[in-house]
Design a protein around this ligand. Structure first.
Ligand SMILES: [Mg+2]
Length: 204
C-alpha cells in the first residue's frame, strides 16, 4: 500500500517569504524575511490587530494566487506522485479551494486531495486521513501533529520556527533534504516489513 503524506501548503509548498512583499506594499514597510522571527505577523505591522486581520481576510485570495513555489518543491513533489499519496492539508478556509486548486494547476503540482480546514488544528484531518508523515513550517503544529498522531513530521526551516524540537520532528532546509530523509525512512519501513531471511538477501 502506498504511504500517504500530509502536506501543509503555505510556507511549505509555497515560498515562506510569500507574504512579505504584500505586507510591505500594503503598509509601506521594509520588512525582510530574515527579521520576521515569529509566525504571527501582527507584531511586525504598524496597524491595530483588527485592521490587519481585516486586510488579511480581504487579500488572502490575491496573496495565495501570487505566492511563488518553494524552491525545489515542484521537482520533489512530482517525483513523489507515483510513489506516494499526496494529501495537502491547510489552515486556509474552505472558500479558498478554487483559488488553491488553480494555483496547483498553474504550477503543475499534482495532488491526490486538498483539504482546507479553516483552522490551524490539523490533528483531526491528519488522523482521519491516516497520513504516515506530515510536512509543516509552523513549529507548534509540527510538534502537536507528531505527538498526537505519533508520526514523524518534517519541519521546513524558517526564521519563525527556531524553537527546539522533540525527536520525531525533523528540521530540513529544503525539499531536497526532505526527499533524502524520506528515501532513508522508506528503506527502514521496508526493512521492518521483511522477514530476517529477506533482509539478509536485501543486504546481499
Ligand atoms: Mg504553513
Amino acid at each position: 500500500m502506498k504511504k500517504r503524506f500530509g502536506i501543509d501548503i503555505d510556507g511549505t509548498v509555497t515560498c515562506p517569504a510569500s507574504m512579505i512583499p504584500f505586507i510591505n506594499q500594503a503598509f509601506e514597510l521594509n520588512l525582510t524575511y530574515e527579521e520576521v522571527n515569529e509566525y504571527d505577523l501582527t507584531p511586525f505591522v504598524n496597524v491595530p490587530e483588527d485592521v490587519f486581520a481585516k486586510w488579511f481576510l480581504e487579500n488572502e485570495p490575491l496573496i495565495y494566487k501570487g505566492s511563488p513555489l518553494a524552491a525545489g518543491a515542484k521537482k520533489v513533489l512530482n517525483r513523489w506522485k507515483q510513489q506516494f499519496e499526496l494529501f495537502f492539508i491547510s489552515a486556509r478556509g474552505p472558500q479558498l479551494l478554487e483559488v488553491t486548486e488553480k494555483w496547483f494547476q498553474r504550477h503543475e503540482v499534482t495532488y491526490d486531495h486538498i483539504e482546507l480546514i479553516g483552522s490551524h488544528d490539523k490533528i483531526d484531518a491528519a488522523k482521519r486521513h491516516h497520513v504516515d508523515l506530515f510536512f509543516e513550517d509552523k513549529h507548534d503544529n509540527a510538534v502537536m501533529i507528531h505527538e498526537s498522531c505519533n508520526i514523524p513530521v518534517i519541519l521546513f526551516n524558517t526564521p519563525y520556527n527556531q524553537d527546539p524540537l522533540p525527536d520525531g520532528v525533523i528540521r530540513v532546509n529544503n525539499w531536497d533534504e526532505a526527499d533524502s530523509w524520506v528515501q532513508q525512512w522508506l528503506k527502514k519501513q521496508m526493512a521492518l516489513k521483511r522477514t530476517p531471511k529477506e533482509n539478509q538477501l536485501a543486504r546481499g
